[in-house]
Design a protein around this ligand. Structure first.
Ligand SMILES: [Zn+2]
Length: 389
């Protein structure tokens, strides 16, 4: 832990910090100055803090990173700030809504206008997720896809292959674009007799590539006896990564429970958030984490797989940590205890005893979500106030 008792714009006082990248899991204060993390440690002085938020009883974590959500192109996309900020999420990765032909439009219309950090996986399909074009193999051109990625290396963190119904053109084209541009590939895959999941993860993907929708009912991740087959472990040993990608069709309790019981856990937690998954089955980051926690994942592991691991996968490790000097992207959660219900992609329910609720979200030092107004002064002490700074 570091200490710095200088001036703070905002001091989060009395919380329990979980910052796995810095091996912090315990009581600590977080001081923020000039949009950056200034200090993390016990007993930071509030004397020179412009604002102090009492976060006792709450967990303070790096802002969550959702590496699979939809904010352009896909027909049910959501404007990113509306989805992210009430859910402790400060970085979203649009998973292939745009291809090389329409990335500029995505950047101008959405990325540049959003306050949440919006990164992108570029679809191997030139036109992105615009319906029928996704099945046109002539749209899957690796060189122009890679060229666009290299034009925006800080915004485009990888390649996406998705929704293609036939053959290997989409997957193999994405891998080629990944090779040229030096980026990873995320694959959304529909197995067929002539192209199996085993072939995908053992023969077509590379170490560092991600299969998303790991708990989908359409994936052969359990054999007839509900056992995770050896080839899945072999792929993991090879360095293939597995992502939740909850969405409207890819998180099923009847799949996730036996997988979790056998230790087949996700590398990264993500939502595949879009209009068809946002309300029912409530595929937000805190709710997806809560579902996994009620299936046996400890809280600090859920945080790790929603901050450190996604940051590592997209090769932006500075984003998943509360390191002094880093941009102050921070989330504050309550871990509610009680009797709760959760819904899966098959719209079945499961009872659980714990649920994460986002109380605060801070993006580059600015409070953008404050459920209970804990950073704001009481109105009765503010005289004839108009709008308080
Ligand atoms: Zn998706």
């Amino acid at each position: 832990m570091t200490t710095d008792n200088g001036r703070f714009d905002l001091l989060l006082q009395g919380g329990h910090v979980i910052d796995p990248a810095n091996e912090i899991d315990g009581p600590a204060d977080v001081g923020i100055r000039d949009g950056k993390i200034a200090a993390v440690g016990q007993g930071l002085s509030s004397t020179n803090a412009a604002r102090v938020a009492d976060v006792s009883g709450l967990y303070v974590t790096p802002g969550l990173i959702d590496i699979h959500s939809h904010h352009f192109g896909y027909s049910a996309w959501i404007f990113p700030d509306e989805y992210a900020f009430p859910n402790g999420t400060t970085t979203v990765v649009d998973a292939g809504g745009a291809g090389y032909k329409n990335f500029h439009e995505f950047k101008t219309e959405i990325i540049d206008k959003a306050q949440v950090r919006v990164l992108a996986l570029l679809n191997i399909v030139g036109g992105g997720m615009l319906g029928v074009v996704e099945q046109d193999a002539s749209e899957m051109q690796a060189p122009p896809c890679a060229d666009r990625i290299m034009e925006y290396p800080d915004l485009i963190v990888g390649v996406k292959a998705a929704h293609h119904k036939y053959g290997w053109e989409s997957v193999d084209g994405a891998m080629e674009a990944g090779e040229i541009s030096g980026k990873f590939v995320m694959v959304d895959f529909q197995p067929r007799k002539e192209r199996t999941y085993r072939q995908l993860i053992l023969e077509h993907m590379r170490p560092g590539d991600v299969h998303t929708h790991m708990y989908g009912q359409h994936i052969e991740q359990l054999d007839a006896s509900k056992v995770v087959p050896d080839y899945m472990w072999e792929a993991r040993d090879k360095g293939i990564l597995f992502d939740v990608g909850h969405g409207g069709g890819s998180f099923w309790f009847r799949v996730a429970k036996p997988c979790m019981e056998q230790g087949w856990r996700p590398d990264t937690i993500s939502t595949d958030a879009h209009k068809g998954s946002f309300f029912m089955p409530r595929a937000t980051m805190p709710m997806t984490m809560s579902k996994l926690m009620n299936l046996g994942m400890p809280l600090n592991e859920a945080i790790f797989r929603s901050t450190v691991e996604p940051a590592r996968v997209i090769d932006r490790p500075e984003l998943g940590a509360l390191s002094p000097g880093a941009e102050a992207d921070v989330a504050v959660f309550e871990l509610e205890k009680g009797d709760f219900g959760f819904i899966d992609s098959g719209l079945a329910s499961m009872r659980g005893t714990q649920r994460l609720l986002a109380h605060m979200t801070i993006r580059t030092g600015e409070v953008v979500w404050d459920l209970n107004g804990i950073t704001r002064p009481d109105w009765a002490s503010q005289g004839e106030y108009i709008r308080l700074d």
